[in-house]
Design a protein around this ligand. Sequence first.
Ligand SMILES: NC(=O)C1=CN([C@@H]2O[C@H](COP(=O)(O)OP(=O)(O)OC[C@H]3O[C@@H](n4cnc5c(N)ncnc54)[C@H](O)[C@@H]3O)[C@@H](O)[C@H]2O)C=CC1
Ligand SMILES: O=C([O-])CC(=O)C(=O)O
Length: 340
Amino acid sequence: MFAPRQVFGTFQRRGFSASARQASKVAVLGAAGGIGQPLSLLLKLNPRVTQLALYDIRGGPGVAADISHVNTKSTVSGYDPTPSGLREALKGSELVLIPAGVPRKPGMTRDDLFNTNASIVRDLAKAAAEASPDANILIISNPVNSTVPITAEVFKAAGVYNPRRLFGVTTLDVVRASRFLSQVKNTDPANENVPVVGGHSGVTIVPLLSQSNGADLSGQTYEDYVKRVQFGGDEVVKAKDGAGSATLSMAMAGARFAESLLKASQGVKGVIEPTFVDSPLYKDQGVDYFASNVELGPNGVEKIYPVGKVTEHEQKLIDTCLVDLKKNIQKGVDFVKQNP
Ligand SMILES: NC(=O)C1=CN([C@@H]2O[C@H](COP(=O)(O)OP(=O)(O)OC[C@H]3O[C@@H](n4cnc5c(N)ncnc54)[C@H](O)[C@@H]3O)[C@@H](O)[C@H]2O)C=CC1
Ligand SMILES: O=C([O-])CC(=O)C(=O)O
């Protein structure tokens, strides 16, 4: 079998590689939740996704039936909350997005979610290590600074850990950093790109304004901006007043990151997203995972960029970040050791 010349030619003219036509199954674990539902909808709208597998401990098949009526070409399946349902959802997936777990209520930190979400992520990671060991795993469940190391430890224990395929999704921090700067400067956020490094909670979130159009912000305006990016999640938690945390903006951010990975895996070059990965940047300081700009490719992580030139103040923010990050990471590693 071969593709008709005309069709192949059309693909070439449009700049796609031949592999752009490959099938891409994407699984969402926690698909019926506040993030899971809009995220699944956005993935249904992505033409790179050919098969969408929706799993949740409750409501997966209902959400799948609903989304399946959207008239795009991909197929949508919902799975029963059973070990075999989970296995089926995972099998053959290129991407596995995990927004399963509880969200914050006012007054809580992300670390306060650890006791509930650590075991949820551990168990889903175990299933993924068995059923889809080669997939890209995208962790959304908080606390990301700990749930990513938890997933890594589970994959290591199963003998299938590939550091290039595990990602903590920090895209929402980058989305906020862009939007908040555009609000300060009264500009179009499409033109505002602020690198955000570190982790995904409070002071571990470090926006690098010196590497953006916001390099001229100073004094209280600068302080307020940095604080708003670091604690943007709290704004939403407070406004939702007990009904959860960011879901819609997170769905957008998760869909953006998924699109970037699919694009890169289908041969598009130069796709760069900040993400929390197993990183060499601060290993000498005992910090094994760190978010910075990462070039994505067919094998997942292609290249991890260093943070680059920063101001003295930004360096202080990074130093503060590293202290917390190290503890958050260790907590995840210890959890799997003590609760394998
Ligand atoms: N990385 C990030 O930037 C962000 C992360 N989050 C985190 O995402 C997580 C989910 O938030 P929401 O969707 O608002 O919560 P939610 O409570 O609305 O939805 C969570 C879903 O997970 C499901 N679930 C629970 N245990 C499960 C399991 N073992 N297997 C499969 N599904 C399971 C629930 O049934 C529910 O449908 C939270 O931990 C939240 O903190 C939220 C916003 C941003
Ligand atoms: O704030 C939270 O708990 C949810 C989250 O991670 C975010 O919105 O960045």
